[in-house]
Design a binder for this molecule. Structure first.
Ligand SMILES: [Fe+2]
Length: 150
């Protein structure tokens, strides 16, 4: 599951750059900056998760092919223009998918009594919850609005 998170973080990292570059309109300055902050954050967790897997004798995925194969979120070439609202909506959905994987990973790590991984994943989940809330707030929504039944 941590390896799936690594794959997802990479797809997210690339997508956040796509939005950072292609964004247009009156919200350009705050969102260009925000997307930068979010891909820096994704990159930090990606590295921490890979290093954690190595430290416990596992093998993190380390190629773009593996990332695309094992991510649960998807990417799209930038052909049709997206509004900032579209971009934020896509990110809320992606962060929710990643959060669900994170919750599963926390339960599995707890079952294995791997406290360090539980701790790392719990910190990550807090950051995902916060990102979802903030993106939703920017869209004028409550944090949990539009969430699918789980
Ligand atoms: Fe940039």
């Amino acid at each position: 599951m941590v390896n799936h998170l690594i794959a997802n973080q990479n797809v997210l990292f690339v997508k956040l750059h796509q939005f950072h570059w292609y964004l247009k309109g009156p919200e350009f300055f705050p969102l260009h900056e925000k997307f930068n902050e979010l891909y820096d954050e994704a990159n930090e967790y990606y590295d921490a998760f890979g290093e954690r897997l190595i430290a416990i004798g596992e093998k993190p995925y380390s190629t773009l092919g593996e990332y695309l194969e094992h991510a649960f979120i998807s990417e799209t070439p930038y052909i049709e223009p997206l509004s900032s609202q579209d971009m934020l909506g896509i990110l809320v959905d992606d962060y929710r998918v990643i959060r669900d994987v994170t919750v599963k990973a926390i339960h599995l790590a707890a079952k294995e009594k791997d406290d360090v991984t539980v701790d790392m994943l719990t910190g990550y989940k807090a950051s995902l919850d916060k990102n979802i809330w903030m993106l939703q707030a920017y869209l004028g929504n409550d944090a949990l609005e539009g969430e699918d039944e789980e």
